[in-house]
Design a protein around this ligand. Structure first.
Ligand code: NDP
Length: 392
């Protein structure tokens, strides 16, 4: 029997890699919904190829073009954030959460409410609302399977191991585009320079977040939320080759690391076939040709995002939602060349300080509305901060 699947963020880097796997075994899958944003041509072409039942663009203005591209196919088309969430309520067995940013949170929650298996690439969901995501999965018989390569690696290394035997977990970072730049030059780094990743091919936003280490900051928080370790048990190190994705150090002195070529189809395919481990079109790592693996400490002066992530992990509550939203706004401003590369962390820090002082972010029980309100408040505060700073 074919499995019912939906892909949120189908036109993006993770979405396209997911579709690559689906298209290789079309009889195994019944595609319920595909969603995208601006890339209507890709969205419609994929929907026609895989025979999706429903296609949604996040943007109302693209609905006529989407309808036109699907004309005569019988495929249902819809647009807007409400339609995205409705698509997530269509019964599916396996749902890929690969929208970028906090926009992925609500569709993910809705899918879990249906009891689906949620393949989670959208790390922002766990950062903004980890306890809510886990509670929603528990209450409805849903499952969250990590797709972020580091978290998939941890998930695989922790498989069957007693949790109290773990001393610490270490996720690796390539170091991004500016790994070897002198610190003094970072202030003048441009979006074009930041958008080049040394090892992985990913969407623009996550690539720039890799250069600033905001991506690693999000991943540290994601690891805490997903696996429930204490913040001081979770570390990051620079590993320029991006071959070892994560390591688990056990209290008996043993360490299990997960290795593989940098190809997201491994983590996506692992989540697709879990609990089986089916063959994937991913190259086997050739360690002999690589010869040498390097690991080094992350320099804290270079990456203030990681210091802020530590504060967020310790504080919990709504700090993650504020951290992520302020980061998204700061990244937009950097992409528009309104602020510099190093200003992004400064904006996020000021917004965190301001909202923790005025709004109280230490909620123990967070529901979706509370998280979405905190997200909005942080976006407003970040825009305000950027505006005021640019007036000086
Ligand atoms: P991309 O930018 O390549 O794709 C993002 C997808 O989300 C696209 O389908 C885009 O549509 C859609 N989208 C953008 N904004 C919105 C919105 N407001 N509402 C609804 N849909 C929207 O991102 P990636 O594939 O690189 O990343 C997706 C997620 O996976 C992120 O959370 C990222 O951190 C995570 N991730 C990515 C990895 C990677 O290798 N790329 C690795 C690990 C995690 P369109 O393009 O049509 O406008």
């Amino acid at each position: 029997m074919s499995r019912r699947i939906s892909i949120f963020g189908a036109t993006g880097s993770i979405g396209q890699n997911t579709l690559d796997l689906i298209k290789r075994a079309p009889d195994d899958y019944d595609v319920i919904a595909l969603t995208g944003g601006h890339n209507i041509a890709q969205l419609a072409a994929d929907a026609l190829q895989v025979g999706a039942k429903l296609v949604v663009t996040a943007h109302d203005q693209h609905l006529p073009a989407l309808r036109q591209a699907l004309e005569g196919s019988g495929i249902e088309a819809a647009a807007g954030p409400t339609a995205l969430c409705e698509a997530a309520t269509r019964p599916a067995d396996w749902v890929m959460s690969a929208i970028v940013g906090a926009a992925g949170l609500e569709p993910g929650v809705r899918a879990l409410q249906q009891g689906a298996t949620l393949a989670l690439a959208n790390k922002e969901s766990m950062v903004c609302a980890g306890p809510l995501m886990l509670a929603t999965a528990r209450a409805n018989g849903g499952t969250i399977l990590p797709v972020d390569s580091e978290h998939s690696a941890l998930f695989q290394a922790l498989n069957g191991e007693p949790r109290d035997a773990v001393d610490k977990v270490i996720i690796t970072a390539s170091g991004g585009a500016f790994r070897d730049w002198p610190l003094a030059d970072l202030a003048h780094a441009t979006p074009e320079q930041a958008a080049t990743h040394p090892n992985w091919s990913m969407g623009t936003r996550i690539t720039i977040d890799s250069a600033s280490m905001f991506n690693k900051a999000l991943e540290l928080i994601e690891a805490k939320e997903l696996f429930g370790f204490d913040p001081d048990q979770i570390e990051a190190c620079i590993h320029p080759e991006s071959v070892v994705h994560a390591m688990v150090a056990f209290r008996d002195g043993g360490m299990i690391g997960h290795m593989g070529v940098p190809d997201m189809r491994h983590a996506i395919g692992y989540a697709l076939h879990h609990p089986n481990r089916d063959p994937l079109p991913v190259k086997t790592l050739d360690l002999l040709s690589i010869g040498q693996l390097n690991f080094r400490e992350v320099c804290p002066d270079r990456y203030p995002a990681l210091r802020l992530a530590r504060q967020v992990m310790e504080a919990g509550g709504l700090h993650g939602a504020v951290f992520n939203a302020a980061k998204e706004v700061a990244l937009d401003a950097f992409l528009q060349k309104r602020i510099g590369f190093l200003d992004m962390a400064a904006v996020v820090e000021r917004v965190l300080d301001r909202l923790s002082a005025t709004n109280g972010l230490n909620h123990a029980d967070i529901d979706l509305d509370t998280v979405l309100r905190a997200d909005l408040a942080a976006r407003d505060a970040a825009k305000d901060d950027i505006h005021q700073t640019s007036q000086k």
